[in-house]
Design a protein around this ligand. Structure first.
Ligand code: CA
Length: 639
């Protein structure tokens, strides 16, 4: 294809009318946007994968680039796809606006979505927002797969696993699992790794198959391998709704991980309906690859912009999703991100639905000139209601993810101490590392599904033996300090499930397709690492009570009254905690001295957090004039 042809894609007509199927009494209408097609045919099937078409129909072409056909029947339960003929090729494709599909997302299904609503769905609402949003990342299958979870065999690894209430360890009923465990932690939001239909797992294959799911096949269809019947299109839709309803009933909001930056293959439904329109290309005509997955979606093109916006709004409306985490947000243009924010604000209230993403990409991308990407440099161009993961905080605390041996503050690293000042303020007015408008834009974290778990990273740097499963004192101490650091910084805390229970992938870094025995959440650790789990619970509860940490307004930075470095590797931060009903002033100490030191204090304080206990609010220890500091550690005092 020549440059002229590439530029032609930008002149294709914009279409704003309905797309996909529409059930209208005894009529079913099908609409597809495919402006350069010469002919579009609809195929109807009795099932989702195997049978041949029992009926075909031509679609009519319209000036605005869309095609349409009306069938004089209510086709509910019927599967369909399209054949799109261009001047030189013929493509068979599922409808990109499919709401559900048969197995493996090959054929769409006409579905009356209302019929998939579980009982009480119309009344289903997100639980009330708490003083802080604490985000906990899970993978539907890995979190619910292990037998020790006590989740029923029928449900393990499926959406409905998270509808089972009051589950506990099979060998100790005092330890909750599944949804009860989530609730016990005090977290407020569950972030689900991809739940849209992805391509890397055979939905008809063995139960052992596993993948994180960052390989989108159908953006608006739930993943079939999490359904108890992947062949029946309505089942995955109903079961996902059941899961979301159960999470809401348990007081948890639900965030969806969305991967609009690339598709599983370049030869995707989006490519097949309008070749290249949905993708960025390099000057030599090859597919741009800033995602590292072989293709980049051209979010800046008008109909792509519309498609992604439609998709986000669809999940919010149909599935009551409470927030969106954008994978490689640094490949998406700022106009689209801001438009998504504005639309969700208009429909649901300001910042009611959380939006944040990864402000980076795997490489450069061929975005059209004049468009800014939503990366770290764009935080001030983005709405203040769009957040980003702070790898600056992450690396400062535990060291870089690029080198297992690199260290951060809690594992002996020589960090630039002044950066802690920015980290505590959620990088508002930060430096080149990361600069946000307010802490509302900052996701504070030390672990996510990517890279080593926090525990493994700490093992590499704290314990010579590197026996990942042993809970040694030194690594536990570093882990507690790491957690206490980001839980005492402004911004929104985020954690990978199991971080609180010394989760290990036995040193495996990129485990996206490794077997379940490496990826699965090991429920036995919640008992073995009970002390650490309790430490996290204390931090979560403590944070919710401290305005100095939860304030996300422009004024929040003014709460940092003083930042001093009384010793080489000790930061002492005075915080204005007004608006909380406990202490008006907090003294926060991050320390990593090589030997024990005694810090002098002027006056009397309540010690409320130390390496032994993360939450002494109910019975604080009185300290006067000085405090002996262990390291690495975080201390919090109130007065
Ligand atoms: Ca799939």
């Amino acid at each position: 294809m020549s440059h002229t042809d590439m530029n032609k894609l930008d002149t294709l007509p914009y279409y704003s009318g309905p797309l996909g199927f529409e059930l209208k009494g005894n009529e079913t209408i099908f609409r597809l946007w495919a402006p350069t097609a010469k002919e579009v045919t609809l195929n109807l099937y009795k099932d989702g994968l195997f049978s041949t078409a029992y009926k075909e129909a031509y679609l009519d072409r319209y000036q605005d680039g869309h095609w349409e056909v009306r069938i004089g029947e209510n086709l509910e339960g019927t599967y369909y796809d399209f054949i799109i003929s261009t001047h030189d090729r013929e493509y068979q494709s599922i409808d990109p606006y499919a709401v559900t599909s048969g197995a493996n997302g090959k054929r769409a299904m006409v579905l009356d979505l209302k019929k998939t609503d579980p009982e009480g769905w119309a009344e289903d609402k997100a639980p009330k927002r708490e003083a802080e949003d604490i985000i906990y990342e899970i993978h539907v299958k890995d979190f619910t797969y292990q037998k020790f979870s006590g989740i029923s065999n029928r449900a393990r690894g499926k959406f409905i696993a998270l509808t089972e209430k009051d589950t506990h360890l099979t060998f100790d009923d005092t330890f909750p699992t599944g949804i009860s465990y989530l609730k016990s932690l005090g977290i407020t939001h569950v972030q689900l790794m991809p739940i849209f239909d992805y391509g890397s797992v055979d939905e008809m294959g063995s139960d052992d198959e596993f993948n994180w799911g960052y390989d989108p096949e159908n953006y608006n269809v739930p993943e079939g391998s999490y359904s108890t019947d992947a062949e029946k299109g309505e089942v995955r839709v109903r079961e996902l709704k059941e899961m979301i309803k159960a999470l809401h009933e348990s007081g948890l909001r639900v965030i969806m991980d969305v991967v609009y930056n690339h598709t599983y293959r370049l030869d995707s439904p989006l490519f097949r309906i309008e070749p290249w329109y949905f993708y960025r290309r390099n000057r030599d005509g090859s597919a741009s690859n800033g995602s590292g997955c072989g293709n980049d979606i051209a979010s800046e093109r008008p109909m792509v912009h519309r498609y992604i916006l439609d998709s986000v709004l669809y999940w919010a409306r149909e599935y009551h999703i409470d927030g969106f985490r954008f994978d490689l947000m640094g490949l998406i243009d700022t106009r689209l991100m801001n438009d998504i924010r504005e639309n969700l604000d208009r429909l649901y209230g300001k910042d009611e639905k959380l939006i944040y993403g990864e402000p980076w990409a795997a490489g450069g991308t061929a975005v059209k000139e004049g468009f800014q990407l939503a990366d770290k440099n764009a935080m001030t161009l983005l709405s203040n209601g769009i957040g980003a993961f702070s790898d600056s905080t992450r690396d400062l605390i535990k060291g870089s993810n690029f080198d297992s041996r690199s260290t951060g503050f809690v594992n002996g690293g020589a960090v630039e101490m002044n950066l802690l000042r920015h980290a505590v303020a959620g990088w508002m007015n930060g430096d080149w590392h990361f600069r946000t408008q307010t802490a509302n834009q900052t996701i504070q974290y030390v672990s996510s599904h990517d890279d080593w778990t926090l525990w493994d990273k700490l093992k590499f740097t704290c314990d010579d033996k590197e026996d990942f499963l042993i809970l040694d004192e030194k690594t536990v101490k570093a882990n507690k300090a790491a957690a206490a650091m980001y839980f005492t910084m402004q911004g929104r805390p985020f954690m990978l499930s199991g971080e609180e229970a010394a989760r290990s992938k036995i040193g495996v870094k990129n485990s996206y397709n490794t077997p379940l025995f490496i990826n699965r959440f090991d429920w036995t650790r919640t008992k073995d690492a009970k002390e650490l789990v309790e430490y996290y619970k204390g931090l979560i509860a403590l944070r919710k009570k401290m305005k100095a940490f939860t304030d996300k307004s422009e004024k929040a930075i003014e709460r940092i009254k003083e930042f001093t470095l009384p010793y080489k590797k000790t930061a002492l931060i005075t915080l204005d905690n007004s608006g909380s009903n406990n202490y008006s002033t907090l003294l926060l100490i991050y320390t990593n001295e090589d030997k024990r030191i005694e810090l002098s204090l002027d006056g009397e304080y309540d010690l409320i957090l130390d390496p032994e206990c993360s939450n002494r609010l109910s019975s604080p220890i009185k300290v006067k004039d000085s405090l002996k500091l262990d390291a690495p550690a975080v201390y919090l005092l109130g007065c």
